[in-house]
Ligand binder design. Structure first.
Ligand code: ARG
Length: 463
């Protein structure tokens, strides 16, 4: 019997190799090859530690560490043949190392297991994605800030129920998304801090009898400390779940904004013009310019939430410690991360390139009786009416304007006085949308002064 028949890594007690179907369901190399860089970093740290603690010789460690760099450069150059028979990235790398350096390669797996190895690799990978997503969010926030700054006092309709509610400013609307994406960023920062404990050295599940130094490997890999319980260290996938949860919420925010861009770029709204670079044409209707990027961003939540649900479902009910079920963690997270990054980049490009149509925003802001609340507030302030009565009077005036097909500001003073006799000429001062927004000076409100304060705060806080 040769190594070809049974697995050279664990074939000692096996008389026959796996069925082809067994190999197909068991192998993860098709996707976990993406962990190569992290796997090699983990192994190099482990080898250095084994030498420092006297478990292996310095010479063996040097050969292993050098050989692993060669393996990495082969993989990065695309010169590496991945083997399904070798199941996963861990065994593929180790087998190649053995081919390169011979006997010392067999000493690398002392005091560790694929269980702590995969947990470490995957955590390193997720940590990198978190860092990339944080950067992506910061780029998007900067693009939104630039939009907000350009139109801090441009008036547009604010909506509730997608019905015209009160005028707001373009800058205010952009800054609302800055707040959302800032929370997404802070969720990722929190998750990163919580996950930053190193599983390596937990071995299969119980720790090891070798005198390893877990602080050393943790520090070498940029972790804050070793994970405190070896059973937990090999079974924990919370870090991936937290990333997916944060990614899902971020994708939800992206989806809401994308939906607004789809609506705003329509011929009926014309609030924004998306650049040609982020639009597509129709093969049959020559007039069309479609917001495909926005639509796809709107859709990405589907697969990202799907990944979140899938991994939670995989983990639910698993007894401690490692079970092979956990190999199903990776593809979901890979897909979610890829698509989150793509959605963030596409949204950033779209926001950078888009033009807000100031005139269309202002025209829309003035329609739909958007200053009715300002009128009611004026009746309270100037005439001392109780708000409920002011609401009623305003309602009657809106009805009058609606019947005549005109705006509130088109009604004459006499018209107004026919509903409430004490109304004076001053009322017209609050019916303009610019006055309306300027008056909303409460903290966080839509007044340009407040919006500029928000912008200034974020410009200072953003790295
Ligand atoms: N490919 C495996 C995974 O992704 C690595 C760990 C295998 N561990 C084991 N005891 N079979 O989960």
């Amino acid at each position: 019997m040769s190594d070809q028949d049974t697995n050279s890594m664990w074939g000692g007690r096996f008389a026959a190799g796996p069925d082809a179907i067994m190999e197909a369901i068991n192998a993860s190399i098709g996707f976990d090859k993406r962990l190569a860089k992290q796997d090699i970093a983990g192994s190099r740290a482990h080898a250095a530690m084994l030498a420092a603690t006297g478990v292996i010789t310095d010479n063996d460690a040097a050969a292993i560490r050098e050989g692993l760099l060669t393996v990495l450069s082969e993989i990065e150059a695309g010169d590496f043949t991945f083997s399904t028979a070798l199941e996963d990235i861990h065994m593929n790398v180790e087998a190649r190392l053995k081919a390169l350096i011979g006997e010392p390669a067999g000493r690398l797996h002392t005091a560790r297991s694929r269980n702590d190895q995969v947990a470490t690799d995957f955590k390193l990978w997720v940590r990198d994605q978190i860092d990339a997503a944080i950067q992506g969010l910061e780029a998007l926030m900067r693009a939104l800030l630039a939009q907000a700054e350009a139109g801090a006092d441009w008036v547009m309709p604010g909506f509730t129920h997608l019905q015209t509610a009160q005028p707001v400013t373009w800058g205010h609307h952009m800054m609302a998304y800055v707040e959302m994406f800032a929370r997404d960023r802070s969720r990722l920062i929190d998750a990163r801090a919580r996950m930053n404990e190193c599983p390596l050295g937990a071995a299969a599940l119980a720790g090891t009898s070798f005198p390893i130094d877990r602080e050393m490997t943790a520090a070498a890999l940029g972790f804050d400390r070793p994970a405190a319980n070896s059973l937990d260290a090999v079974s924990d996938r919370d870090f991936a779940l937290e990333f997916l949860a944060a990614a899902t919420i971020c994708a939800m925010h992206l989806s809401r904004f994308a939906e607004e861009l789809v609506i705003w770029s329509s011929a009926q709204f014309r609030f924004v013009t998306l650049s040609d670079r982020f639009s597509t044409g129709s093969s049959i209707m020559p007039q069309k310019k479609n917001p495909d990027a926005a639509e796809l961003i709107r859709a990405k939540i589907g697969r990202i939430l799907g990944a979140n649900v899938a991994l939670l479902t995989v983990m639910k009910g698993l007894p401690l410690a490692y079970s092979k079920d956990m190999q199903e963690d990776k593809e979901q997270v890979f897909d979610a991360a890829d698509n989150l990054m793509l959605a963030l980049a596409a949204m950033t490009g779209m926001v950078r390139d888009m033009t807000a149509n100031r005139a269309a925003l202002e025209t829309a802001a003035a329609s739909g009786f958007s200053t009715a609340t300002d009128l009611a507030d004026w009746l309270v302030r100037a005439l001392g009416l109780p708000f409920r009565e002011a609401h009623h009077v305003t309602g009657a005036l809106v009805k009058m304007a609606e019947d005549r097909g005109c705006d509130l500001s088109d009604l004459s003073l006499l018209d107004m006085q026919s509903v409430q006799a004490q109304i004076t000429e001053d009322v017209f001062g609050v019916l303009g949308v610019a006055n309306s927004v300027a008056s909303r000076m409460s903290y966080g409100g839509t007044a340009p002064v407040q919006v500029r304060a928000q912008i200034a705060r974020w410009k200072e806080k953003l790295p």
